[in-house]
Design a protein around this ligand. Structure first.
Ligand code: LLP
Length: 381
């Protein structure tokens, strides 16, 4: 296949899904995969086949989840800017819940539901004001962020929500950010959630659903040492710390499900000896994987053999030298890594940019009129 392309290790995806669903089942936690991380139909079908639900943020994602076979009742629809036609699609499809982020949105959903003779199931998304200690572009749980309702604003909406003939309240939703690697952050979330739950319960509002969002981070530096994230610890922590009192716990993992199974495979076009640096100019760019340019993210980069994209070409240490691995796009942020120690590189060498299965292909653009990278799946060769 023409480089650059995304390569997905479907055996790793299978084992990741097996571990995740096993721990979720043991702990009676419902899982909604966040489609925004990767929405390729082949990946969605595998996820749907495990009986998982979906966390969607657009009509397009709802349609993709339904097409892959996700049960409508386990689709949740989040996002601060739901359009009328998306709300109507969700109502007509019979989704499990709208995750509502503002009063204005709640009233709009109510109006559309009433006009169409439906009852819209609702989760209120609360902003728990817990700092996720992650990159500022992917933190969402602070008061300054646009997401969720302040708890007192949510409480003020409750009498209306409970009495409405076109709305049905199902519970509360929380999501504080992404790529969270510190257990203490999730512990802080649990404590805050318990506090908010007791606030609601004291007034007589007992949720049926407590949705804790997504956010579990992965090991970008050493993906091989942790190819399947520690779902056991993540899920058990919620089980142990959240005072559920009969409410069902839900989670919405995205990255942790699909990141490690995907690599962006690229070829070296030119080696350029600069005055102070050596550049390896590759045929992939920020248009294929924008995370390094957008979040200063680091993805492991390995020289790989063209007969097996998962295996590094030189497992034994050989002479190394530093390269800046850069793409062809006319932006100085089009850099995958600086001063990366690599074996001597030459034109035509294949590199794998690891942990690119999440927020990789889905965030691609055609800037500079570059074509979108295709996808290759390990089980279709
Ligand atoms: N639920 C909600 C409400 C979300 O906003 C997100 C992610 C998730 C679940 C899934 O979170 P995850 O388990 O993947 O952390 N493009 C960024 C990440 C943006 C995440 C946005 N929301 C990146 O490449 O790092």
């Amino acid at each position: 296949m023409k480089t650059p392309f995304y390569y997905y290790d479907m055996a790793l995806l299978d084992s990741t899904l097996a571990v995740l669903t096993e721990h979720a089942k043991q702990n009676d936690v419902a899982v909604h995969y966040a489609l925004k991380a990767n929405n390729h139909p082949r990946i969605l079908q595998k996820i749907a086949a495990r009986g998982m639900g979906a966390d969607c943020v657009s009509g397009g994602e709802i349609a993709a989840a339904l097409a892959a076979g996700v049960a409508p009742a386990s689709i949740f629809f989040a996002g601060v800017g739901k359009r009328d036609e998306e709300i109507l699609l969700a109502l007509q499809s019979g989704i499990g819940a709208f995750v509502v982020e503002s009063a204005a949105e709640l009233f709009n959903i109510e109006q559309l539901a009433r006009a169409n003779g439906c009852i819209a199931p609702v989760l209120l998304r609360l902003n728990p004001e817990v700092d996720a200690h992650t990159h500022s572009h992917i933190t969402t749980g602070l008061a300054e962020n646009k997401f969720g309702l302040a708890p007192d604003d949510a409480l003020a909406l409750m009498p209306h929500l409970i009495q409405s003939d076109a709305l049905s309240w199902r519970g509360l939703h929380f999501h504080i950010g992404s790529q969270i690697r510190e257990a203490a952050v999730f512990e802080a979330l649990c404590h805050k959630v318990n506090h908010l739950l007791s606030l609601f319960r004291t007034i007589g509002y007992s949720p049926e659903i407590v949705d804790l969002g997504g956010g579990l981070g992965i090991n970008y530096a050493e993906p091989q040492s942790e190819s399947i994230p520690n779902f056991a610890a993540y899920i058990q922590r919620f089980r142990m710390l959240i005072e559920a009192n009969g409410a069902r716990l839900h989670i919405e993992p995205g990255r942790s499900v699909v990141a490690q199974c995907g690599s962006l495979i690229t070829q070296v076009l030119y080696i350029k000896e600069g005055k102070t640096k050596t550049f390896a100019i590759v045929d992939a760019s920020m248009t294929d994987l924008v995370r390094p340019a957008l979040y200063e993210a680091h993805h492991q980069i390995q020289l790989v053999r063209p007969d097996n994209w998962t295996i590094p070409a030189s497992p034994v240490p050989i002479a190394m030298r530093p390269y800046d691995i850069v793409g062809p796009v006319c932006e100085s942020s089009d850099v995958f890594e600086r001063d990366l120690l690599m074996p001597e590189l030459k034109r035509g060498d294949y590199l794998a940019i690891r942990s690119a299965g999440a927020y990789g292909a889905v965030m691609a653009s055609s800037y500079n009129m570059r074509p979108l990278a295709e996808s290759l799946f390990s089980d279709e060769r």
